[in-house]
Design a protein around this ligand. Sequence first.
Ligand code: NSP
Length: 230
Amino acid sequence: MSFSKRLHEKLQPIWRKNHSHPFVRGIGDGSLDQKKFRFYMVQDYLYLIEYAKLFALGAVKASDVETMARFASLLDGTLNEEMSLHRQYAARFGISETELEQAAPSPTTLAYTHYMLHIAQNGTLPELLSALLPCSWSYWEIGKELSRKPGAIDHPLYGEWIKMYSSREFGQLAQWCIELLDQHTAGKTEEELARLEEIFLNTTRFEYMFWDMAYNESMWPFDENENAAI
Ligand SMILES: Cc1ncc(CN)c(N)n1
């Protein structure tokens, strides 16, 4: 069995939780409170700024020009296509690009991006791929599932989001990362695979936490201006 198939089977219970999360269901049936979506969009933009750096680090760690070029195109696609969707949504919400970039990250955004970047900077190429894959793979699965819901892609607000993440282009990028991980894990020992599985599991957990953070609009659990006299 390929390593990606093993991961997919093992992590299904958590992935299904993503699909049934009220935030994801709300995008699919159009019932999601727009304020929550606005919060998500800002946090996701901050997330993607950091996530894009994994592709740059992937190019640094690649050992051939073809792989470097694919990572470069993933970096370009994230900065100029995926994040352009966010910029368009932000404009609809009256948020400027500067405001987007300067927004404060939530604790979950910080924890997730710092974990991924730590692995990417300090780990091997298969470790980097294990950290980034739940992101694109799980969104592609969610996008495809939501796009099959009658009327979902025509929703005036959430339709564009569903179209982006169910698109063939987005799927091809996820598929390339899956194939690269399978190539790099063929013949690895069980100990090495277990380490990669652990990384994949951690970013899978963070994906769920990100939906939850967005749904609850969670920032730090206190207001720093309160009790200023203490
Ligand atoms: C948190 C998160 N995870 C994944 C994706 C899809 N690139 C995203 N935009 N945001």
